[in-house]
Design a protein around this ligand. Structure first.
Ligand SMILES: O=C(O)C(=O)C[C@]1(C(=O)O)C=C[C@@H](O)C=C1
Length: 361
């Protein structure tokens, strides 16, 4: 390409940038108008509308035919534009399992964009509490992992909370072994979240069999400790390596290449129907013959697809269980409404944990 061509193309890029900038500013002004319209309807409106954001992102993907940019790139850009427009309306606060550098923080930014205020919490229970008491409007917690299954701390928190799930986030998880030293043989202790140890079990057994493993509250906490103690390493992501100035001794140490964690967004609002939704329920499982069969029958009868079922001890009576179930559809959809009515005739507890847009996969 000649010098002249390059200059011409750069001039064209400048023109396109000028248009993009003018359009983004126009969009932000429209977002201000939306805020006024919302205040005209109610005194304390919600500025985060997951159903509308999901609709916008689905439109972005359906318009993205024959483009050089992958869907993920365009959704990332639009997520950030919406984040900036939302911030023009209100600076929302989102709690997550901290400190900075956790996968939860990455999930927060993936879903809300960067124009938000983050509230790091020490434990998953604290994330729920921060939202319940109003220190944050929303919270993001891990709920299941494709390798390890349900995150029990999170599931147990749903039993007593009045918070609703208003969104879900899928995050591919790639673990690294991080340390101050570059000499792996000098490591005598590894810190990690218990879920990460479980997701890297085979790699650790094969590569670090005699090294002590200590579970801590989060991966970023593990990285923080490894940055203070000689002879120690942490399992965490690349973000944590940057924040805590650690070397990556080994990357991609997770046992399964498609290792993905699903996070949910907690809030106080009910999310309207989008036409492509999921509903999460918490059910008691009566300790009698055929009870699981009858509960599942309520979904089959109403032709509802179940995407997840997880059982946990009820913590009331020994060997009594509760179920966490995800189904396709929204609580306002007739089949879901009917299934819930049927469930209520079968069991004592049917708690609606939330209906929310299905994540784009
Ligand atoms: O449509 C709205 O309700 C808006 O507030 C606008 C907007 C956007 O930027 O498009 C911003 C925040 C909401 O979460 C959804 C969409």
């Amino acid at each position: 390409m000649s010098k002249l061509d390059l200059a011409v193309i750069r001039t064209q890029i400048d023109e396109v940038d000028t248009q993009i900038q003018a359009l983004i500013t126009q969009r932000a002004n429209l977002a201000k108008d939306v805020a006024k319209a919302k205040y005209a309807e109610e005194s304390q409106p919600n500025f985060y509308r997951p159903e509308r954001e999901a609709e916008i992102l689905r439109q972005v993907i359906s318009r993205n035919q024959n483009s050089v940019l992958p869907n993920e790139t365009l959704t990332f850009i639009f997520q950030e534009i919406m984040s900036a427009c939302r911030a023009v309306q209100k600076n929302i606060m989102v709690a997550f399992l901290g400190p900075a550098g956790t996968y939860s923080q990455t999930a927060v930014f993936k879903h809300f964009g960067h124009a938000i205020q983050t509230v790091p919490a020490q434990t998953i229970e604290d994330v729920f509490r921060e939202v319940e008491v109003g220190n944050a409007e929303y919270g993001v917690v891990p709920i299941e992992n494709s390798t390890e299954g349900g995150v029990n701390q999170t599931l147990d928190c749903f039993v007593n909370t009045s918070l609703k799930i208003c969104g879900e986030i899928d995050l591919p998880i790639h673990h690294c072994l991080l340390a101050m030293t570059q000499d792996r043989s000098s490591i005598t202790r590894i810190y990690a979240h218990q879920q990460s140890f479980a997701q890297c079990r085979a790699w650790l057994n094969a590569n670090m069999p005699n090294v002590e493993r200590i579970a801590v509250n989060s991966n970023a906490e593990a990285a923080r400790r490894a940055s203070n103690e000689a002879g120690t390493a942490a399992i965490a992501g690349e973000t944590a390596a940057e924040i805590y100035h650690l070397h990556v001794l080994s990357a991609h140490i997770e046992d399964h290449v498609h290792n993905t964690t699903r996070f949910v967004v907690l809030g106080k609002q009910n999310t309207p129907v989008t036409g492509n939704d999921k509903t999460s329920l918490y059910l008691s499982l009566p300790n009698k013959m055929g009870s699981l069969y009858h509960l599942l029958g309520c979904f089959v009868k109403n032709t509802i697809n179940m995407s997840k079922i997880e059982s946990r001890p009820s913590r009331q009576t020994a060997w009594d269980y509760v179920l966490f179930v995800d189904i396709e559809g929204h609580i306002q959809d007739e089949p879901v409404k009917n299934a819930i009515q049927d469930l209520q005739t079968q069991t004592a507890i049917v708690k609606h944990l939330g209906s929310y847009p299905r994540v784009l996969r």
